[in-house]
Unconditional design. Structure first.
Length: 219
């Protein structure tokens, strides 16, 4: 089995309405799908959205494809919402490309304000290749990484969604390469954030990862 990390820019009609709300609302960041219901005709999902409660409520209230929603938890930099969506055939058919054959789309899935969706697929090599080829006929698809098997989840359960997003972007751009392939300013430009904000998120994320590693001790 293989795993592939994909970045996809689907048509607006083929993505989650929560993704559309994030793209259309200033002040909202990444929407992270944490859990989803099993009925494709009545999608019910739990999201973490980077942003304040008032902005999240306003965005979802204005979205015609959101049937109902309920704010469950509010943290310093994220609002958690339970959402019932209006199921659409084009959204369902596009999603089915990533669950065909042996494929499993693992959670979390991240919906970025710039229109991209970031997800990881696990499955047989042929099915992964076929999914990428078929999806590329409908959307912009980039294969970020390919590896063997499944690594078992997030780098750290202690990272916030925004910290993980900044850390992942920095790694993808080569910030942690030796020699360094990108600066904090370039990471900030990629994410459309202030350099000082990127520096703060990287510092906090690195601190938490170091603490986790020291707590775990040597294997």
């Amino acid at each position: 089995m293989k795993r592939a990390r994909l970045r996809v820019r689907p048509p607006r009609s083929a993505t989650s309405p929560v993704h559309g709300a994030v793209q259309s609302t200033d002040g909202l960041g990444v929407a992270t799908l944490l859990s989803g219901g099993i009925d494709p005709d009545d999608p019910t999902e739990l999201f973490s959205i980077a942003g304040g409660e008032a902005a999240v409520r306003a965005a979802l209230a204005d979205c015609e494809r959101v049937r109902s929603f309920d704010v469950t938890t509010v943290e310093a930099d994220a609002t958690y919402v339970y959402v019932r969506e209006d199921g659409r055939d084009d959204q369902r058919k596009f999603a089915e490309l990533f669950t065909a054959g042996t494929l499993v789309a693992t959670l979390p899935i991240r919906y970025r304000p710039d229109g991209r969706v970031e997800l990881t697929l696990v499955g047989a090599s042929d099915d992964l290749r076929s999914a990428v080829e078929r999806a590329s006929d409908l959307a912009e698809v980039t294969v970020a990484t390919v590896g063997d098997g499944w690594t078992g989840g997030e780098p750290s359960r202690h990272l916030t969604d925004r910290q993980h997003e900044v850390l992942e972007a920095a790694s993808a751009l080569g910030y942690y390469d030796n020699p360094r392939g990108a600066t904090q300013d370039e990471v900030a430009a990629e994410l459309d954030l202030a350099p000082s904000t990127v520096a703060e998120h990287l510092r906090k994320a690195e601190s938490r990862l170091v603490a986790d590693a020291l707590d775990a001790g040597p294997e």
